[in-house]
Design a protein around this ligand. Structure first.
Ligand SMILES: [Fe+2]
Length: 259
């Protein structure tokens, strides 16, 4: 894959997403995803530089970041939600867009397979046990770069910094003002929470906090820690014993990981 190939993808991305933005009754969700994508590309460059990627690896990583959520636009247009369980898996939808528009048709087969697989798996709960090492590395990088920006977006939203958001980022889940014992205990066991286990806004916050257990690189953890994402999310949860415990537990866990 060459610089020219990457530039062609950037042009496609801009054109394709502008189409959804111009046609939508409410363009806010589409704009949010477009801006998210731009920041995920920036995040992957940040992580890639920390990890010493070659120019070729960096181009591939940028392309994966650029296309990772390309399925989000048709998802929202068709189903009116970003909730995969109430619509379709957006990783798979993204692979469909790549195929439909033959976006990678001129690419070497090895790179094409790596990028398609990383996009298909960027949002999966667990990665398959058997993956070739280059695809695994790219997928891990993409998952971390993506989570870094989701932390940014949801923190802003929970703190009320984005007045145009009308519930789509919290998947229109109810807020029952409680921290679920079941999911709280999963966090204390250091377990990743699955999308299928959430029923309320606070469940969603616990799920996002549990992503800390699924970060792949120390540089990602350092960024999460320095931006204070986790504690800003927890600060918006109901004031309770569980919340106090959560703060202490996550502080200790993160300090250990970046020591
Ligand atoms: Fe994303």
């Amino acid at each position: 894959m060459t610089d020219k190939d990457y530039k062609a993808l950037v042009l496609f991305f801009d054109d394709y997403t502008t189409g959804f933005i111009n046609q939508a009754v409410n363009a806010h969700p589409h704009l949010t995803k477009k801006k998210h994508t731009v920041r995920v590309v920036e995040n992957i460059v940040f992580l890639g530089e920390k990890l010493g990627l070659s120019p070729q690896q960096m181009r591939l990583a940028k392309a994966a970041a650029l296309l990772h959520d390309i399925g989000r636009f048709s998802q929202f247009e068709t189903y009116g939600t970003f909730y995969d369980h109430a619509s379709k898996n957006h990783g798979a939808l993204g692979v469909g867009v790549i195929r439909e528009h033959r976006l990678l048709s001129s690419w070497p087969m090895v790179e094409k397979k790596q990028i398609v697989r990383s996009i298909a798996l960027h949002n999966s709960y667990h990665l398959p046990l058997k993956m070739d090492k280059d695809t695994l590395f790219l997928t891990r990088l993409l998952r971390d770069a993506d989570k870094l920006d989701i932390f940014h977006v949801v923190t802003q939203n929970y703190l009320g910094a984005d007045p145009g958001e009308n519930g789509y980022l919290t998947l229109n889940l109810p807020d029952d003002g409680l921290i679920s014992k079941r999911l709280f205990e999963r966090i204390l066991n250091g377990e990743l929470i699955d999308n299928q286990q959430i029923q309320s806004v606070n469940d969603l916050k616990l799920l996002q906090i549990s992503w800390v257990f699924d970060l792949n690189f120390k540089a990602t953890m350092e960024r999460v820690s320095c931006c204070d994402f986790i504690f800003r999310i927890i600060s918006t949860m109901p004031n309770s014993e569980r919340r106090t415990f959560l703060i202490a537990f996550m502080k200790a866990h993160m300090a250990k990981k970046i020591a």
